[in-house]
Every structure is written in C-alpha cells, then in structure tokens.
Design a protein around this ligand. Structure first.
Ligand SMILES: [Zn+2]
Length: 461
C-alpha cells in the first residue's frame, strides 16, 4: 500500500522538479543574449605585445564572429547585448596550466578523510572563484575532477573549462604516494588505498601496471596523462633527488597515451628525471626547477614544453621549519630563478601555471603569481604566456581535447573566453592581481558571468 502511494507521488515530485529545472534553464537562456557586441575596446589579442586601437568585437553563440574598427551592424532580430567598452582592454581569458581542481581548498587531512561529495562541492565553490578571477581554462594535472567538469560543462556549476588528467600515476614511495608506513608491505590482491580508490593518485610499479593505470584514466575521459618522474616537495616518502619511474615504465605510459592520440606530462625537478622522461617520449615537463644546462638544451632541441611556475614564498610556511619538506621546498624555490633564466636562454617553449594546493588563501593570489613573472619577462610576454602560449600546449591533446576550438586568443572564429579589463594590463600587469576590481566583464564560451559596466542596451527588436 505504502509503495503504491509513494511511487506516483515521487513521480509527481520528479515531474515538478523537472518543470522547475526546465523553467529555470529557460529563464537563464532568455536572460543570456545569444549575441554580445563589445564596442570601443582596445584588444590585447594574446599574441601581440601592443594593444590595438579602438575596436568592436561581436560574439555570437560561443564564438568571436567579427572584429572590426568600423561599427558592426547588429542583427536586430536576435536578443543582443551591447557592452560599452569605454576604451577598456578586451583580452582572452587566462589559462592556468598547472591546477589541481580538487586539491585547492581542502587541507591534506581533509583530502584523505572527508566524504568525497563534500570535497567535490568544496571544489565547485573554488571553481566558481577561479572563473571569477578571470581564469576561464585550467589544465588539471592530478585529481578526480571528472564529476565537477561534467557539472561545469552542463551548466550546473559555474567554473572554468577543465582539461583533466585524472589520477596522478606514481611508483611505490614516489611523489603522490601518500600512504603511511603501516600500509607497507602491500599484499598482492589487497584493496587499494583510499587515495587510489578516490582517484587522487595511483601506484604502478611495472610497465604493465603503468599501462593498466594509464588506460584506466583514458577510459575516464582525460585529455592528457600525468606521471611523477621524480621526487616531490609535499610527499613524505620521495626524496627530491629520486628518479622514480624507469625509462621502460615511462615509455609504456607514452605508448598508451599516444595510441589514444594524446600525450604524457611528468612532474620532474632534476636533470636525470627530465632527461629520462624525454628519452621515453614525454612531451612536457612540469616544474623543472632543478634543471641544468644540458637538460635545458635538450628540451629546446627536442621542442619539449616546460610548464613551470613561481612558487609563492609563503608556501614554505606549510612545512615546519627544520622539516625535510621545508628543506625540499627551499631547494626548489631557490632553483626558480635559474630555471627561468635557462628557459629564456635556450628559448624553451614555456607555459605557465600556479600549482596552488591546500590553501584557499593562496588561490586568491592566482593572478598575482602571474604578475610575478615580470622578474624574468615583460608584462606582455607574461600575458602572452598565460593566454596564447598556454593554449598552444593544450592542443597537444589532439582529438582528446574536450573543447575543440581556438582558446587563448582574440581572433575571428576563436572561442569567446574574454575579459574586459579596466585599464591596460600591458602597462600595468598588477591589474590581473585584483580581478574583483579590474575585470569588469568575464565571459566564458560566449556567456557573461560578470558584468559591472554601466547597464547598456539589451534589445529584442
Ligand atoms: Zn602539481
């Protein structure tokens, strides 16, 4: 009896819910114009070090349709929003190439103990903040970001485009193996550790195991594969000087990824781990803070990407003074200057990302960290790196690119990820460090997520 009563009423509840959902989606579509015209803007197009003169940019659906110094006639039959740029700068949305969507907000203890639904909701809130900082795309290099990515792409949660790598693949005791000593030895056939079950990081200790783990990530829909080729700062069991995977293991990963049309990127600080990864066919090195002349030269010769960053000094405070991790951090921190100088000297293809983890406070500095590149680059070079250059690295995903189309540039036909900046970021790159104040319009995929310019014509004529 109870069942008979409940089935129809739960069906009714679902029907009402669907009605509400479809109604609110309709409302969202109605209030979101299909065409947006930016009038009187100066362009930083992601490629040129100079701003353009006054220009008009027409966005239709999710693409930049027309760029012109002459007035652009607007299709009056469609709902059109006109943004009066007032001479402000229109630039491509920023791209962070080393991001861990799922690890930004939780503490390490939370990451390994809290309910994953809660962690995902936490990551969703951070994803919204990330987009509101002007980062319209992130390349995730470790962590189970698939559910959140799906929710963002499905307009359930507001956030950036995510290029996911899935779980970091590491070796026993490698960077990313956060197991405790009491979990050793691992018994063959025993259940996986929590970090493995949740897809944070997974251990593989032979070419065959690497192949299985890589193929699993490919099955989950990654755009690239991430392995740790050497020791790391934050993991308790991997000395910085350690080279972790063998060349055969790295090659197994590269083979599996390339069979799927994509590439492998590795976490590597030291010359040995960098050179071994390149020998195995790896296309991109994350960090590289301890590289030397020969490894820099090799990267340049082979066209290998360096995806690196300036670690904020306060990150060191996460590790107690005198601890092994603190010493490792200081060694890596000290290597930053040499690495950027080598990257410049040998003209290595260099991408930029932040690698902010375990700190919502540090995440607020995402733009400030980009601005700090001016220790080695001109503001224009830094901004080009965080837009068009980063987007060029994203194309290595080939057909596994989840967002086919051009990113990181303002040109006709490119995807409409745009920021309207109150000022000239080439003259004053510090503008990107205060996005709340200075990014007056944030658009991703043709949709406006923020607009604090004076209210303008919304026509439906
Ligand atoms: Zn990382």
């Amino acid at each position: 009896m109870k069942a008979n009563f409940w089935i129809p009423s739960s069906k009714l509840a679902i029907a009402i819910l669907l009605l509400i959902v479809s109604w609110s989606v309709t409302v969202a579509q109605e209030t979101q114009p299909n065409t947006v015209l930016f009038e009187n803007v100066r362009l930083f197009d992601g490629k040129s070090a100079q701003l353009s003169g006054p220009t008009n940019v027409l966005v239709r659906a999710n693409k930049i349709e027309k760029i012109s110094t002459a007035p652009i006639p607007v299709d009056r039959s469609a709902a059109t929003q006109i943004v009066n740029g007032g001479g402000r700068t229109l630039m491509p949305g920023l791209i962070d190439m080393h991001w861990h969507t799922m690890f930004v907000r939780p503490t390490p203890v939370q990451l390994f103990s809290e309910d994953f639904g809660y962690l995902t909701l936490m990551a969703g809130a951070e994803a919204t903040d990330t987009l509101m900082r002007g980062f319209t795309t992130v390349r995730d290099v470790g962590g189970p970001s698939f559910g959140l990515k799906q929710a963002i792409d499905g307009a359930i949660v507001v956030g950036p485009r995510i290029y996911p790598s899935g779980a970091v693949i590491t070796i026993t005791s490698g960077h990313g193996d956060f197991r405790k000593s009491f979990e050793v030895p691992r018994v063959p056939g025993a259940p996986l550790s929590r970090q493995e079950v949740t897809g944070v990081a997974i251990v593989a200790d032979s070419p065959d195991e690497v192949r299985v783990r890589v193929r699993e990530q490919l099955m989950l829909g990654v755009s690239h594969i991430k392995l740790t080729a050497g020791g790391g700062v934050a993991s308790p069991n991997s000395p910085l000087d350690a080279s972790t995977f063998t060349e055969a293991e790295l090659r197994a990963a590269v083979e599996a990824a390339e069979n799927w049309g994509t590439y492998v990127t590795v976490h590597a600080y030291t010359p040995v781990s960098i050179q071994r990864a390149i020998a195995a066919g790896v296309k991109c090195i994350e960090h590289g803070h301890l590289m030397d002349e020969p490894s820099a030269k090799l990267m340049a010769e082979k066209g290998i990407w360096l995806s690196t960053q300036v670690f904020p000094a306060e990150l060191g405070n996460a590790f107690p003074p005198g601890s092994e991790e603190r010493a490792k951090f200081e060694e890596v921190f000290a290597g930053t200057d040499r690495t950027y100088k080598l990257a410049r000297k040998y003209n290595i293809k260099t991408a930029w990302g932040t690698d902010i983890i375990f700190s919502q406070a540090l995440a607020q500095k995402q733009g400030a960290l980009l601005a700090s590149l001016t220790q080695w680059y001109t503001p224009a070079e830094a901004l080009i790196m965080a837009t068009a250059t980063n987007a060029q690295l994203l194309t290595l995903s080939g057909k596994r690119n989840p967002y086919p189309g051009k990113l990181g540039v303002i040109e006709e036909g490119a995807l409409a990820d745009l920021l309207l900046v109150d000022g000239d970021p080439i003259a004053n790159i510090q503008l990107v460090a205060d996005p709340k104040k200075n990014f007056v319009v944030i658009m991703k995929d043709g949709k406006i997520y923020k607009n604090t310019t004076a209210p303008s014509a919304m026509t439906s004529r």
